[in-house]
Design a protein around this ligand. Structure first.
Ligand code: NAD
Length: 510
């Protein structure tokens, strides 16, 4: 059966979807698609619940996050089972990239939200008679729309940040992973979150679109570029802010002096982990001519040793979403038709009924091929030979995406210099796929990879409205710029302009 399938329902009956395990195609259950009315009702309920939640203060809200960490630690096995059943990923990946990262996000913000969200006093350089205080106020009701590749952490992390910032939240997980999304709601309910402060709406794109239009104060969206564009348009119509965490085509640059052992192991892991369905996967590699052959040999050795399967000690699981398997197949076929060669894999895994694509290494690739230009989001690693670092850099930047990237060189200064020139939201030197897990690092893309950031101080404050509060210090009867406008005031202003910006001492003081 298809992984997500419409269930036949009669006229006037709500739509239902049936979900299956992508690794085995065994049915997992059905759920009702929530409607526009449900989205509007959820926003109304959230709006009623939000003031009391915000009123708890940051310490009261952080307490709930801490309780959620404890519940998550206690229930980790059951959570891993649900995530694995809905995504087909190895259990160790679910535990590392969904559970451990979620525990860290909850604890990180529980500990630091008070400092990050505290009012800041900023001395004014000019208006010495005023005091400025910058305050971070909750936005109100935040809609969070998430994909299927990391259905738990990509839901939990923005939810935790939005909640601790004092917002009520409505989460719309992917239609392929509704149970993993619901776990986020259950976790916070068990932690004692007041009713309606977090609601989970299940459904497909229609439900997501309804949520965007339902009167929320912000949308935090993670998903594809095409959907992100639609979400941004809808947010634009309602004049509400959105952050868009979208797709990537992350390049890896291997310099002549790279530690090839580490670089090859890193390339294989970052291309095939989560079956390549990571927004910050390595999607293409540029290797300097001198070390190309040695690097490719090591990659082939590592990739050929990977164990693919449905359970036990496996390295690579299935894909999670049927249309993605079609994209992977199309990209590989297109590359082969244009002259690429397969060194490892290159086909659906015939041993399994589920969505298995064998970890695939391609060489003799170039930028006429989709696999070097468009997001593949599957277990495919194309490697291209380049003359030098400069050619690698130029090709790495020749893309409409700009999410993550990596540079491999024993010379850290050179690595850093190349990293600075990569057009990407994150650049990593001698490592890969750590940009999201480094919780302090603001995470987000440039170009078509998105707008805005999650994580770190910038991410958390992004769930707030930044308010400038200015307080007068001296209480004089009037100010120099107020009425009446007189010739005397005009002369004084002219002298002030001359002194402040026309003298070096004035400029230095201002
Ligand atoms: P998708 O865009 O198809 O769906 C994402 C979510 O949007 C789902 O919940 C879906 O139901 C909902 N949706 C669909 N149409 C909608 C609409 N018109 N309005 C509102 N919501 C709508 O993406 P996907 O296939 O679930 O996820 C894969 C994509 O996500 C890849 O491109 C990947 O790179 C990207 N991604 C990005 C990040 C990041 O942080 N930058 C992280 C993970 C995944």
């Amino acid at each position: 059966m298809a992984i997500v399938q419409a269930v036949e329902t009669g006229p006037g009956v709500r739509r239902r979807l049936r979900v299956a395990n992508p690794a085995t195609r065994e049915p997992l259950g059905e759920f009702e698609v929530q409607t526009r009315d449900d989205a509007v009702a959820a926003v109304e309920a959230a709006r009623k619940a939000q003031p009391a939640w915000a009123g708890l203060g940051v310490d009261g809200r952080a307490r709930i996050l801490r309780r959620a960490v404890r519940s998550l630690v206690a229930h980790q096995d059951a959570f891993v089972d649900t995530i694995v059943a809905e995504t087909g990923k190895p259990a160790i990946e679910a535990r590392a990239a969904e559970i451990a990262t979620s525990c860290d996000a909850l604890e990180f913000y529980a500990k630091r939200a008070r400092r990050i969200l505290a009012d800041r006093r900023v001395p004014l350089h000019l208006l010495k008679g005023k005091r400025l205080r910058i305050a971070y106020r909750p936005l109100g009701v935040v809609g969070i729309i998430t994909p299927w590749n990391f259905p738990f952490i990509l839901s939990l992390n923005p939810v935790a940040q939005a909640l601790v910032a004092g917002n009520a939240v409505i989460l719309k997980p992917s239609e392929a992973t509704p149970a993993s999304g619901r776990l986020v709601g259950e976790l916070f309910a068990e932690a004692g979150l007041p009713e309606d402060v977090l609601q989970v709406l299940c459904g497909d794109g229609e439900t997501g679109a309804a949520l965007v239009d339902a009167g929320v104060d912000k949308i935090s969206f993670t998903g594809s570029v095409a959907t992100g564009r639609r979400v941004a348009e809808a947010c634009g119509r309602s004049l509400i802010p959105c952050t868009l965490e979208l797709g990537g085509k992350d390049p890896m640059i291997v310099c002549a002096d790279a530690d090839l052992e580490r670089a090859a192991a890193g390339a294989v892991w970052s291309a095939f982990a989560n079956a390549g369905q990571v927004c910050i996967s390595t999607e293409r590699v540029y290797v300097v001519d001198e070390v190309y052959d040695a690097f490719v040999n090591k990659v082939v050795e590592n990739a050929a040793a990977l164990r693919q399967g449905t359970g036990g000690e496996i390295d690579v699981g299935s894909l999670a979403w049927e249309p993605q398997l079609d994209v992977v197949e199309r990209h590989v076929r297109d590359a082969l038709a244009k002259g690429a060669r397969v060194l490892v894999g290159g086909r659906r895994n015939p041993d399994y009924a589920g969505l298995f694509w064998e970890p695939t290494v391609l060489v003799d690739v170039d930028h006429t091929m989709d696999v070097m230009r468009e997001e593949t989001f599957g277990p495919v690693l194309p490697i291209m030979r380049v003359r030098d670092d400069e050619e690698a850099l130029q090709l790495a930047n020749a893309t409409r995406y700009g999410l993550n990237s990596s540079v491999w060189s024993r010379d850290r200064h050179r690595g850093l210099e190349l990293a600075r020139r990569l057009e990407a939201g994150a650049a990593v030197v001698n490592d890969c796929m750590i940009a999201y897990g480094a919780t302090e690092a603001p995470f987000g893309g440039v170009k078509d990879s998105g707008i805005g950031q999650v994580n770190g101080e910038a991410g958390l404050r992004g769930f707030c409205h930044t308010q400038s509060i200015l307080v007068d210090r001296f209480g004089r009867r009037s100010e120099p710029g107020w009425y009446p406008y007189t010739a005397r005031k005009a002369r004084r202003l002219e002298r002030a302009v001359r002194w402040i910006w026309g003298t070096s001492i004035g400029r230095w003081l201002s």
